[in-house]
Design a protein around this ligand. Structure first.
Ligand code: ADP
Length: 856
């Protein structure tokens, strides 16, 4: 019995036939019966062939046995069997039939046949035949090998390229097996299998394989395409060059990544195309982030448009550009970059981009800047420091001992110290430049340079006349750096301090005055006392120290209180106070005191006490003596006055009576008597003159009137009137300048003028008429100096003082009459007015008397 498999063909969207185990159609779907144009149930393989005229694509007929359902019923799976059929309406269809056995347990109980209409594909294939020639031409010219292989790996078709590669005609290649043609390339073995697999699966496969042609390594790209179901189209392309380039690129990329410099490539639009690891590190952008962006975006380049254009113009001319640019890390950190840029050209010479190799010099620049700044700092220090600085190099003798040195470097301070310029010093043997330099310097510097041991010394440089403090060290073998400071001022100050200390110490130790140092705070504690203080006050220094000053000063003395107040106000004070000895006895002391601050800032007072017991006694004696002197002087003056005044009267009698005697008896007595009478008269006259002059002297004090503003010119005129006779007799000339008003006793001033002008007439030169010139000039705001100048005999300098003494005369009475009192009177009067008198004279030429009077 025919068993019908439980299948519904209506669901199949292709023409489908279900055969029973008897080889007849049990069921066909609509699509199948539509093609047949009739019902098909019950039809056998023979019937089907009758209906559809089933044939192979090459036109040969199917037999009932070769028909796919027959094969399926025989247990075979017939897949995609190409069949050409003629369907209802006479249309010819290209079908791919697939027949599968239907198995029930161990039994084949039927077969399912499904047709796939591939007529459209067949039409294309037919078309290919028509255009075959054209395709051939196209494929032939392709730069790759195109070959078509059958299932048995035999070449069905190839383009011209393959033949050309092999150097044979295409016909010679057709029919040859793959293994035969590609055999030597063992590497293609797996490909063949894969290629065949392609035919099975119908998928396209592309593989790149390495080849070894005539020992030349090469690369092929093979594309496997299933063709027409049972052929394999293989497109083989020689990619050796591309592969090599890729390898080169990979190698370069590796190199780039190993480079420490950032390498950035861009296209001509300046978009990044390559970005190595160093670039990632430098800018903080990964290659993935950087590539495709504008270079300036990821390098943070701070470049003006103008600069960029100029830069690009150079690159576009094919030049390599070296540049220092300021860029930024992604985090904003500034970078200083030294870079080189170059254009990139393709093999044909077309510009395709640029490459830059950038090196980060930020740190280096920073260090350089720091170095420059520190160098600058030290240079300035070097230039401006007060210490002289030199670098020297010793000059050695044959035994290697330093005999001199030369300066390698000197600063301005050193120039000042040596009074030599840099140009004079540098490079020259110091013995030539500073010939007076003492050997100890050469020896010291030489030792420092040779042993490297530093040296310090303070020495007086005799040649330069200054004290120097020297520090020498060796900055490198064979050289010495010397820092020299002129310490003359310090040394002098030290010496001065020492001297002053010594002086003070000597003063302190040996002074006759007591010197006590006191802390003025509180009760005035005594801090030290000198030996004189101990002697004077009768304490030992140990006993005095720590005691209050009260033990040596009488606090009850009001002068002490006043003095301490004055010291508080002015810092210094002195007074006579009562001082105390240890035994309580007192003595008068002259006390001087001054406040000062000691080196620790504490207030101190120095108190100097002079014991004036003796002086006080002497002063007392003196005062007493002065009083008695004054009294006796007054008595004497009174006596002189009275004497001269009272003597005048008897003298006048003597003179008048001797004149009377002479008049009456002259010539009547003997010759001697006449002479005696003359002597009496002359003696009387001289005594009268003497007494007149003595009266003048005593009147300076007794007849004195108060000083009043007085017209000196008027007073002088009065004096000249009194002297009219002697002046005329002498033939004298008196010249008077304008004279001032002065504070004077007019009568006494007249006496001064009278005496001086009178002397000028008296002490004239025998043959020279006397000339007197009286003038005055102001010598201060309140003083006038008068000058009475004559052209007389003059006075020897040794007598300039003595002529003002009473009774002092330089001449005998025979030569010049006089008493020797005139100038003494003048001096007294001038001094009574507070003025002074002096004389200047050249013997034989004349004298000038100068005296001063207060201005009115
Ligand atoms: P006297 O003229 O009475 O001798 P003075 O006291 O006037 O005394 O002078 C003292 C001395 O000074 C004079 O003896 C005279 O030698 C000298 N003497 C004074 N005036 C002049 C003068 N103008 N020229 C030169 N000698 C003078």
């Amino acid at each position: 019995m025919t068993s019908v498999p439980p299948l519904s063909l209506a669901a199949i969207r292709q023409p489908a036939f279900l055969y029973g185990s008897d080889g007849r159609i049990a069921e066909a779907n609509d699509l199948a019966e539509g093609l047949a144009g009739r019902p098909l149930a019950g039809c056998s393989a023979v019937d089907i062939i009758a209906i559809f005229g089933n044939r192979h694509p090459d036109g040969s007929r199917f037999t009932p046995e070769t028909l796919p359902p027959s094969r399926a019923l025989a247990g075979e799976e017939a897949v995609d069997v190409p069949i050409v059929v003629t369907v209802a309406g006479g249309r010819v269809l290209h079908i791919l039939a697939t027949a599968s056995p239907i198995i029930d347990g161990d039994m084949i109980c039927g077969a399912l046949v499904v047709w796939q209409d591939v007529s459209a594909l067949a039409a294309v294939c037919a078309e290919r035949g028509r255009h075959g020639q054209l395709l051939d031409t196209i494929l032939g010219t392709l730069p790759c090998r195109v070959s078509l292989w059958d299932r048995d790996e035999r070449l069905i078709w190839t383009n011209e390229r393959f033949a050309a590669e092999r150097g044979v005609s295409r016909e010679a290649l057709i029919g040859r097996s793959w293994r035969d043609l590609e055999g030597p390339m063992a590497v293609v073995e797996p490909l063949i299998r894969e290629g065949l697999q392609t035919i099975m699966t119908g998928e396209m496969v592309i593989r790149e394989v390495q080849t070894l042609d005539a020992n030349k390594r090469g690369w092929r790209a093979c594309t496997f395409l299933p063709f027409d179901g049972d052929a394999l189209l293989v497109i083989t392309e020689d990619i050796t060059q591309r592969k090599q380039a890729e390898l080169d690129l990979a190698f370069q990329a590796l190199l780039l990544d190993r480079m420490n410099d950032a390498v950035i490539a861009t296209d001509t639009a300046l978009r990044v195309t390559a970005w190595n690891r160093a670039a990632e590190d430098l800018y903080g952008w990964t290659a993935g982030e950087a590539i495709g962006r504008l270079a300036r975006e990821v390098t943070g380049a701070d470049v003006s448009d103008g600069e960029r254009q100029e830069h690009l113009a150079c690159l576009n001319r094919g030049e390599t550009v070296q540049h220092r640019v300021y860029q930024r890390h992604r985090d904003g950190r500034p970078l200083i970059i030294d870079g080189r840029s170059a254009p990139i050209h393709d093999p044909a010479g077309t510009l395709i981009g640029y490459v830059a190799v950038n090196r980060d010099v930020t740190e280096r620049e920073r260090l350089r800047d720091e170095l420059v700044a520190s160098e600058e700092k030290y240079r300035r220090l070097f230039e401006t420091m007060n210490e002289g600085f030199t670098l020297i190099e010793p000059i050695l003798d044959e035994q290697g001992a330093p005999v001199s040195f030369r300066h390698l470097e000197v600063n301005p301070a050193k120039e000042r110290i040596t009074h030599r310029t840099r140009e004079e010093l540098i490079g020259r043997d110091v013995r030539d430049v500073l010939p007076d330099m003492e050997p100890c310097w050469i020896e010291t510097y030489g030792r420092v340079a040779l042993t490297g041991e530093p040296a310090h010394l303070e020495e007086f440089a005799r040649d330069l006349g200054v004290w120097l403090s020297v520090d020498a060290y060796s900055p490198e073998p064979g050289k010495a750096a010397v820092i020299v400071t002129n310490i003359t001022a310090r040394k002098e100050a030290e010496t001065a301090l020492r001297d002053s200390e010594e002086r003070f110490r000597a003063l302190y130790e040996h002074s006759k005055d007591a010197i006590v140092l006191v802390d003025p705070r509180g009760g005035g504690r005594i801090l030290s006392a000198n030996p004189a203080a101990c002697r004077m006050l009768r304490w030992t220094e140990e006993e005095l120290i720590g005691r209050s000053r009260d033990v040596v000063l009488d606090l009850g003395d009001p002068r002490l209180t006043a003095m301490l107040q004055e010291r508080g106000r002015d810092g210094v004070a002195s007074a006579e106070v009562t001082c105390l000895r240890r035994d309580g006895s007192s003595f008068p002391g002259e006390l001087s005191t001054a406040l000062f601050t000691d080196s620790r800032g504490d207030p101190r007072a120095v108190v100097i006490i002079r014991d004036i017991t003796m002086r006080k006694a002497v002063e007392l004696d003196l005062a007493r003596y002065a009083g008695s002197l004054r009294r006796s002087n007054e008595e004497l003056q009174r006596f002189a006055y009275v004497a001269s005044h009272d003597l005048q009267e008897p003298l006048r009698s003597i003179v008048s009576f001797s004149q009377l005697l002479a008049r009456r008896y002259q010539g009547q007595l003997d010759k001697d008597a006449d002479e005696y009478l003359d002597f009496i008269a002359e003696g009387g006259n001289r005594m009268q003159a003497l007494i007149q002059d003595l009266l003048q002297v005593s009147r300076v004090e007794t007849g004195a009137k108060p000083l009043e503003p007085t017209d000196a010119a008027g007073v002088l005129a009065g004096a000249l009137r009194l002297l009219e006779v002697p002046i005329r007799e002498a033939g004298g000339v008196v010249q008077v300048d304008s004279l001032p008003r002065v504070l004077a006793d007019a009568a006494q001033l007249e006496q001064v003028f009278t005496n001086l002008v009178g002397n000028a007439m008296k002490y004239r030169r025998p043959d020279v008429p006397p000339r007197v010139h009286i003038s005055a000039r102001q010598t201060g705001p309140s003083w006038w100096e008068f000058a009475v100048a004559d052209n007389g005999i003059g006075i020897e300098a040794e007598y300039f003082d003595r002529i003002f003494e009473m009774f002092r005369r330089l001449h005998t009475h025979d030569q010049y009459e006089g008493t020797g009192i005139g100038l003494a009177v003048v001096k007294r009067i001038v001094e009574r007015h507070g003025g002074r008198i002096r004389v200047e004279s050249t013997p034989g030429e004349g004298s000038t008397f100068f005296f001063t009077l207060p201005a009115a």
